[in-house]
Design a protein around this ligand. Structure first.
Ligand code: FE2
Ligand code: FE2
Length: 240
């Protein structure tokens, strides 16, 4: 797999892997790059180029996993990125799939039981994902921000009080796997849905579920393999 480097033109990177488009959008980089390189665009948007490269390389190649390097970045950069990904799921990707499932239901001409089942299964998944994200944004991320601040100030007393409320150990216990149910949903569509449904629409739902599943897997990988150890290291340093 090609390693994405700062001197590469962004247009060439997208020609190489168009799945990176939503990932770069989370950095406020949008279409219309012209011949600008990654370095030029990061400079223009005031983005840390190394951080940007680590994220897109992590998404571009599952084998690429620069845990050590990403761990040296400020934790607030990681939190900002993860929050943008949450927004993308809730305001774009989930509504897109809901819309496709609605259209699929409208295209159904006879017995539509299986499709109703898919629709309600996806509704349950949306509730679960929204709860998962809500918990991270209301409890986990504010805790991590505060740990980052206390770490900078070397404030062990402040941390002692904070540690009564939450910890990365608790996050490890609570952080559930939210991509597994998507696999089940895809599987029902692939194995058991048959005509008279609109097959193009059905394919579109399956494609979008594959895309969402991959994105959520990469997202969770960053939370478990990078965010968690970075914060645990700061917690250890703050323990008196
Ligand atoms: Fe998350
Ligand atoms: Fe998560």
């Amino acid at each position: 797999m090609t390693l994405i480097k700062p001197e590469m033109k962004m247009a060439d990177v997208i020609h190489m892997n168009f799945m990176l488009l939503p990932v770069i959008n989370r950095f406020d980089i949008n279409l219309g790059f012209g011949d600008k390189s990654i370095f030029d665009l990061c400079l223009e948007k005031k983005i840390d180029t190394d951080f940007f490269l680590e994220i897109i390389n992590t998404f571009n190649d599952e084998e690429y996993f620069p845990e050590k390097k990403l761990r040296t970045f400020d934790v607030s950069l990681l939190l900002q990125y993860l929050q943008k990904t949450h927004r993308y799921y809730l305001t774009f990707q989930i509504p897109t799939i809901e819309h496709l499932i609605d259209n699929l239901l409208k295209s159904c001409t006879s017995s539509c039981e299986n499709l109703h089942l898919i629709s309600s299964f996806f509704g349950d998944y949306k509730t679960e994902l929204t709860k998962h994200i809500g918990r991270e944004e209301k409890t986990v991320f504010p805790y991590i921000s505060r740990v980052g601040q206390l770490y900078k100030e070397k404030d062990s007393v402040g941390y002692l009080a904070l540690s009564q409320q939450y910890s990365m150990k608790r996050f490890t216990r609570e952080h559930d796997n939210i991509d597994e149910k998507l696999f089940d949903l895809k599987n029902i569509l692939i194995k058991y849905i048959s005509l008279p449904y609109d097959s193009n629409l059905c394919n579109a739902v399956v494609f979008e579920l594959f895309r969402l599943e991959k994105d959520i897997k990469d997202h969770s990988r960053i939370e478990d393999k990078i965010l968690k150890p970075v914060v645990a290291e700061m917690e250890n340093a703050l323990k008196m």
